[in-house]
Design a protein around this ligand. Sequence first.
Ligand SMILES: Cc1cc2nc3c(=O)[nH]c(=O)nc-3n(C[C@H](O)[C@H](O)[C@H](O)COP(=O)(O)O)c2cc1C
Length: 306
Amino acid sequence: MVSMDLSVRIGSLELKNPVMTASGTFGYGEEYAEFLDLSRLGAVVVKGLSLLPKEGNPPPRIVETASGMLNAIGLQNIGIQRFIDEKIPFLRTYDTKVIVNFFGDSIEEYVAAAERLSSVEGIHGLEMNISCPNKQAGWCIFGTDPRVTTEVVGAVRKATKLPLIVKLSPNVTDISLMAKVAEDAGADALSVINTLTGMVIDIKTRRPKLANRTGGLSGPAIKPVAVRMVYEVFKAVKVPVIGMGGIMHGDDAIEFLLAGATAVAVGTANFVNPNATIDILDGIMAYMKDGKVEDINLLRGAAHAI
Ligand SMILES: Cc1cc2nc3c(=O)[nH]c(=O)nc-3n(C[C@H](O)[C@H](O)[C@H](O)COP(=O)(O)O)c2cc1C
């Protein structure tokens, strides 16, 4: 039996393996604890938090599509204080890294959220969501305007010593430009990608199915776009890339690693199969065993070789 090294580094953060959960699809961890051993995961990334609780958008806010789903949850969450009081004590009992996804409505809110989270024991890293596709009728300037991205990432960088992951929006013309901007402003790693803005129309009512009209498309439908973006971002930056978008099986995760991802996050698949993260981890290990790959880091970016 060949020994296998699955550990990866995201800045100063060492993960036992590259499989993470994607924010917003795994609750605050406890929702899935009866289905799988959270300690097997490289990291748990929790649902996006804001300083104050948020109700989110009115229903309907989820629609199924041919090969994925469209959501307009509107960043509903319990707020940072309740997370600290009620959720972190539970997560601390597991041997996994906890990464907190957060967002704000202004640069000041981003900074205040990062500061508040940085002093909490049991939080190992921060992922800042500058994508927020459901805000302001499908537009969010934080992650689509390079100047604002520089400003908000730079301000958060000064506010925290924790590893800082910036989650990029795919709803831009040139993702490698946004990646470079985030790296230059101090990101330790980049998450690629958030959901793609889409719409579904009910042909009976002749109205968009989501109350918000538009939503974020996720699942297998977006995988080829996500793989292409990870490939482009890997070429553009030096910091690690966390790949996500439509990963349902181990082989999907391998594709992202070959495109240049250091780690992967599993989102929509959790709704189909609550044990998806572990099945994907087992799938990665089976691929490595079959190919006699002893260190997972040898797979990173292999698709770039001429
Ligand atoms: C219902 C739902 C809620 C989400 N909430 C968040 C969130 O709060 N913050 C965030 O950065 N991304 C959020 N996302 C995006 C996912 O983390 C992920 O980037 C995206 O869904 C692509 O991965 P997937 O195709 O595996 O789902 C959400 C996605 C879904 C489907």
